[in-house]
Structures are given as structure tokens and as C-alpha cells.
Design a protein around this ligand. Structure first.
Ligand SMILES: CC(C)(COP(=O)(O)OP(=O)(O)OC[C@H]1O[C@@H](n2cnc3c(N)ncnc32)[C@H](O)[C@@H]1OP(=O)(O)O)[C@@H](O)C(=O)NCCC(=O)NCCS
Length: 142
């Protein structure tokens, strides 16, 4: 397993992996090629990929609001699951955020996503069942 910073040249493979992984994403919004390129320019170290023999099999996009760090678009190829790839990506994300002085790590998980909930529990995250996520967005595609 090789962990590398992703670049915009990996974009097509990233999107293919998200599709294979069944991960919902926003191709017309924050996951469009233009949007990802802009995010990569601002924070290149926030985009990590796991490669097996040159094939992209795992991704994570980190973000920071300067108070907390967020784990986004964590996805592992179905054929490569159960080998600790996601747990490794979470640990790497936390390391990158700590270097920026961030010590609270967060993730939003849909209630039905049991594998993901189990994964984050295993990685030491606390589930907050008393918090409801509210958002307001300028368009449904964003
Ligand atoms: C969730 C996902 C990223 C896990 O990837 P993975 O590389 O298989 O996970 P890991 O091998 O690192 O698993 C680490 C731990 O997570 C838990 N876990 C992972 N998959 C699980 C599953 N299907 N059921 C129950 N627990 C699971 C286990 O505790 C596991 O430890 P163990 O192998 O010692 O039992 C992967 O299933 C995936 O890509 N799902 C679709 C996209 C998605 O939902 N992303 C998360 C959005 S928040």
C-alpha cells in the first residue's frame, strides 16, 4: 500500500473510485474538476490516495475550518476493503491536521452507514446521537 498526495491528474480515477465505492458525490458542485483543482491549489496536502500496484484504491479529502478538521470523501474500492486502508487514511488525515494545530477531528456519517460508523468508532471517534446536522445551501448541486 502506497499513500500519496493526489493531484488533478488523478481526477478521473478519483471519480471512478467514488462510483465503484458507491460514495455519493457532487460532480456539478464541490466535487467538479474545477472545484477540486481550486481546493488542491489551496491545500494540496488535504488530498490523499492509496495506491496498490499503481491502481487508486482509496481516497480521503481533508478539510479544516481552522477550529476543527473534517474527514470527507473517504472511500475504499470494494475489492480492497477490510485491509485497514480506511483506518490508515484516517490516521494520516489526523497527522496532517495536527501539524496545522488542529486537534478535533470530525466526520459526518449518514445514519444508515453502519460500516462507516463502526470504522470511526474503531478509530476512537465518539458518536453524538444528540446532534442534528443543519445546513443551508445556495443550490442542491453544490
Ligand atoms: C467505510 C469504508 C471506507 C471502510 O473501508 P475499509 O478500508 O474496508 O475499512 P478498514 O479495513 O480500515 O476497517 C477498519 C475497521 O472499521 C470497521 N469496519 C469496516 N468495514 C466494516 C463493515 N463493513 N462492517 C462493520 N465494521 C466495519 C471494523 O471495525 C474494521 O476493523 P476490523 O477489520 O479489525 O474489524 C468502505 O466500506 C467504503 O468505502 N464505503 C463506501 C463509502 C463510504 O461510506 N465512505 C464513508 C463516508 S463517511
Amino acid at each position: 500500500m502506497e499513500i500519496k498526495q493526489l493531484t488533478i491528474n488523478d481526477y478521473e480515477e478519483i471519480v471512478k473510485l467514488w462510483s465503484r465505492a458507491g460514495l455519493p458525490f457532487k460532480p456539478k458542485g464541490r466535487d467538479s474538476k474545477e472545484a477540486i483543482q481550486k481546493q488542491m491549489r489551496e491545500n494540496p496536502e488535504f488530498f490523499l490516495g492509496v495506491f496498490e500496484n499503481g491502481k487508486l484504491v482509496g481516497t480521503v479529502i481533508i478539510s479544516s475550518d481552522t477550529r476543527k478538521g473534517w474527514i470527507n470523501r473517504l472511500a475504499v474500492d470494494p475489492e480492497y476493503r477490510g485491509r485497514g486502508i480506511a483506518a490508515t487514511l484516517i490516521r494520516e488525515s489526523e497527522k496532517i491536521l495536527r501539524k496545522r494545530g488542529i486537534h478535533i477531528f470530525c466526520v459526518l456519517i449518514e445514519d444508515y452507514n453502519k460500516p462507516s460508523k463502526e470504522l470511526f468508532k474503531k478509530c476512537g471517534y465518539t458518536e453524538h446521537t444528540d446532534i442534528i446536522y443543519f445546513s443551508k445551501r445556495d443550490s442542491i448541486d453544490i
